[in-house]
Design a protein around this ligand. Structure first.
Ligand code: KG4
Ligand code: ZN
Length: 334
């Protein structure tokens, strides 16, 4: 089955063609430059840019995959969570293609897409899994007893991890989005240079809190400046990053142990973080737990992951009505 995937939930217009978990094409028109001067995503600009980018990208993705609209068996599209105006553009395009070609139509939860990105490269390991979904908008631990069944174990009570990366990067003048720049800078620094708090590390649940860490960083820099000392940016980046990674790794492995699962799946933009990948690998090895994460380009938003999750639902006989609307706050467990 050839599935066309469309993803427009935030600031990337993405189109992919996936067949039996093989990525035939996977294209992204990034809007980063458009939003950079505002230091964050401007929803109205995002929607308009999706409108401009979608049609040419559809043509290009089909050409890359060596097929035509008529060869597409199904269309999978992100229906939430995300920016409502942005989601609507992708959904209108997806419905139009499905209607015009007679292809099946399936709506996909963006977070499920991030989890299913793993299946494109690692095959579908036997459930159960514990999943850490960590992106610009979400930070959550999820127990998956079987495919497409989600029990949210805990999530952030304030900022998402990606948001924390972006805010600190912005404070440090590293531009937008800041996660990748901060990751690069941190490689030159000492992660133990500054001991930032590990919020909720021992809270006894699977919740996360990230806004306190941001305040600690700002306070530390101010105090050092007032004392007439300079702060090494690489040390600051590495120490901040380590505080986030420490909590994510510890809680994820703990959840896998307590739930008795042998496989951990990581998904979301922050999984592109070098240090998180290193530390998760090491922790998994030590605990005897298989830790899987997608290759870098499949961690951040893309449409191949949406096609993959959609294909899995279609195989189970699911279909989505054309009546479906965009759901900006769509939950994973539903
Ligand atoms: O999944 P994603 O592409 O979009 C959302 O669904 O939110 O995640 C984007 C987030 C941004 O906050 C970005 O700064 C962060 O992922 N990110 C990273 C890295 N690459 C992307 N954070 C830390 N280190 C990275 N290498
Ligand atoms: Zn995402």
């Amino acid at each position: 089955m050839k599935v066309l995937g469309i993803e427009t939930s935030c600031d990337e217009t993405a189109v992919a063609v996936v067949q039996d978990r093989r990525v035939l094409s996977n294209l992204i028109a990034s809007q980063t430059d458009l939003h950079a001067r505002f230091g964050g995503v401007v929803p109205e600009l995002a929607s308009r840019a999706h409108v401009e980018a979608l049609n040419p990208l559809l043509e290009e993705a089909l050409e890359d995959a060596g097929c035509r609209f008529a060869d597409i068996d199904a269309v999978a599209v992100t229906v939430g969570p995300g920016l409502v105006g942005a989601l609507l553009v992708g959904m209108a395009g997806a419905k139009a293609v499905a209607l015009a070609t007679g292809a099946e139509f399936i709506g996909v939860n963006h977070l499920e897409g991030h989890i299913y990105a793993n299946f494109l490269e690692h095959g579908a390991p036997e459930p159960p899994y514990v999943c850490l979904v960590i992106s610009g908008g979400h930070t959550m631990l999820v127990h998956m007893p079987q495919e497409h069944r989600y029990e949210v174990l805990g999530q952030t009570v304030d900022d998402a991890a990606g948001e924390a990366f972006d805010k600190i990067a912005r404070f440090m003048g590293l531009g937008f989005p800041g996660g990748p720049a901060l990751d690069t800078l941190a490689r030159e620094g000492d992660p133990s240079a500054i001991r930032f708090p590990r919020a909720m590390l021992d809270s006894g649940d699977y919740g996360f809190s990230l806004s306190g860490l941001k305040t600690s960083v700002l306070r530390h820099v101010k105090a050092e400046q007032e004392a007439g000392r300079t702060v090494d940016p690489a040390d600051l980046a590495a120490s901040f990053q380590e505080a986030i990674v420490d909590v994510q790794v510890t809680k994820t492995i703990r959840a896998a142990r307590e739930k008795g699962v042998g496989t951990v799946l990581l998904g979301g933009g922050v999984v592109a973080n070098t240090r998180l990948r290193e530390r998760m690998d090491a922790a998994g090895e030590q605990a005897g737990i298989r830790v899987l994460f997608p290759s870098m380009p499949l961690c951040t938003d893309n449409a191949a992951m949406i096609a993959c999750a959609g294909a899995s639902r279609l195989e189970r006989g699911e279909r989505t009505s054309f009546e479906v609307g965009a759901d900006p706050g769509l939950e994973l467990a539903s």
